[in-house]
Design a protein around this ligand. Sequence first.
Ligand code: AMP
Length: 215
Amino acid sequence: MLRTILLGPPGAGKGTQAAKIVEKYGIPHISTGDIFRENIKKGTELGKKAQEYMNRGELVPDDLVIEIATTRLLEDDCKNGFLLDGFPRTVYQAEKLDEFLQSHDSKIDNVIDIAVGKDELIERLTGRRVCKSCGASFHVVNIPPKQEGICDYCGGELIQRADDNLETVTNRIDVYEDQTMPLIDYYEKAGTLTHIDGSTGLDNVFADIVSALGE
Ligand code: AMP
């Protein structure tokens, strides 16, 4: 059973690694950020509530996020494991997640913390471009698309996420340090945490994750 959390600052490469993990282990990828972005795109009430926080680089209120994440975890495809990406992000969310899992005779098996220095995070996030259609991620310098502004995979338009501008990025990293970093201690105490250096390149980071999770 693989019930896993990916922890790490914005720009650490959680989304990229998550895609590789779910492919290898056949578990669903649950990204609360993706759920909010889908809702914003569809213009739902939830999307409207989340958008103002997201555009400022602030966290969406705990109760809203917990409700969304736990509802998703009740779906059938999570019975044999799941990968949480971007949730929990506060100690309160982590406590509520533990309570929820306990009440379903479940628990978190592994927490992977991907660490990257602040300057590199800023460079990665402000240069990031994502495909409007399929969500694939590129970088203007590090992972340029074959044709500028066009997705290599589906031909969709590449855009900058509304929260990837310098001001919001800086705020998101500060919010991470204040509110999410305490989770490292929380999961260290629980004995489920593995630290991984996120600056060694995509394939090396993935190899380290696989060795932490097991083949
Ligand atoms: P992400 O795609 O994970 O970087 O999330 C983008 C934004 O969605 C964050 O900056 C928050 O505004 C919001 N968000 C996503 N997950 C959470 C969470 N667990 N708690 C609070 N806000 C969240």
